[in-house]
Write a protein that binds this ligand. Structure first.
Ligand SMILES: Nc1nc2c(ncn2[C@@H]2O[C@H](COP(=O)(O)OP(=O)(O)O)[C@@H](O)[C@H]2O)c(=O)[nH]1
Ligand SMILES: [Mg+2]
Length: 299
């Protein structure tokens, strides 16, 4: 019998608790964009952690359950719900004491027979053990969690411990779901569009980031110069949002491009030439055909 362990681990939790940050820190590289705003993650992102001859952990980052204002929100929630099934383990990530908003997700857990770890994230922000205990205690009578692990995704505190007890839980004789150099289900094109969207999330306010999606129109690899040539459209709902994204004398869009390019260089380890165009598509967030063509709601 081989002691190779493998399994699917879904990362679930309310928006903004640090699910995507946790995924990136576990993998030691950026596969999912993060931001202080809800609705940053819109799709199901796989990240694979391999240790040759020992384990393969397939982490599944999910959007979290958001309030529903339009068809886009509904599609995003469906992605999370469908990600609950078929896992060997679930991490339920929280960053504060139990709140009524946790109830709906925890009720969904009761229908599964998957073990669930309560992950208390952002302990770097808590003052000492008391703060951590308070959060843990508030959840204990809500669900029979298999284990409780306080971590900081930001400082990478206790992540090795988390990996260890995750590996221990999985059965022996695990299969390799992916080749051992496989990192994520996100293509380079998707990664590039996400990194552009991350800059928009960080550099714009109010409804603009939520009304925005980014489409890669063309992506060409230039063998000679070892660069990507990228043409991307930034889709917004209204001309007023387009004006904000472009900014005075085009300064905003320039800043978005500069910062995105820097990140793309680093994450994809290649230089990139980026052309960005802002376009208005009225009410795209409620248009099923547009949502589908933008790849939203697929899982
Ligand atoms: N201080 C602190 N901030 C964190 C930590 N993990 C995530 N964050 C921040 O919390 C915000 C939301 O993170 P994100 O990963 O996008 O959350 P998600 O919506 O659950 O995927 C971002 O501003 C992160 O930088 C942590 O361990 N400590
Ligand atoms: Mg996220």
């Amino acid at each position: 019998m081989s002691s190779f362990k493998s399994g699917f681990i879904a990362i679930i939790g309310r928006p903004n608790v640090g699910k995507s940050s946790l995924l990136n820190s576990l993998l030691n590289t950026k596969v999912a964009i993060t931001s202080p705003k809800p609705e940053t993650t819109r799709s199901r992102i796989l990240g694979v952690l391999n240790k040759t001859d020992q384990y393969q952990l397939v982490f599944v980052d999910t959007p979290g359950i958001n309030e529903q204002f339009n068809l886009l929100d509904q599609k995003i929630n469906e992605v999370t719900i469908s990600s609950l099934e078929g896992n060997d383990l679930i991490y339920y990530v929280v960053d504060q004491a139990y709140h009524k908003k946790d109830e709906a997700i925890i009720n969904l857990f009761k229908r599964l027979d998957t073990p669930i770890y309560l992950i208390v994230n952002k302990i770097d922000l808590l003052k000492g053990k008391q703060g951590i205990d308070k959060i843990i205690l508030s959840f204990l009578d809500k669900f029979p969690f298999e284990a409780v692990i306080p971590v900081s995704a930001k400082d990478k505190t206790y992540l090795n411990r988390l990996i260890e007890i995750t590996v221990n839980l999985l059965e022996d004789d695990g299969v390799m779901f992916f080749p051992d150099d496989y990192l994520t289900n996100q293509s380079d094109a998707l990664m590039i569009s996400e990194l552009i969207r991350e800059k928009i999330l960080n550099l714009t306010e109010k409804e603009v980031p939520y009304a925005t999606t980014v489409i890669i129109e063309t992506l060409d690899y230039n063998e000679e110069f070892k660069t990507y040539d990228v043409n991307a459209s930034i889709i917004v709902e209204r001309d007023s949002q387009k004006k904000i994204l472009i900014g005075k004398n085009g300064e905003k869009i320039k800043q978005i491009g500069t910062e995105a390019r820097k990140d793309i260089n680093q994450v994809l380890e290649t230089r990139v030439h980026l052309d960005l165009f802002v376009k208005t598509k009225k009410d795209w967030r409620n248009n099923p055909v547009k949502l589908k063509s933008y790849g939203i709601g697929e899982y």
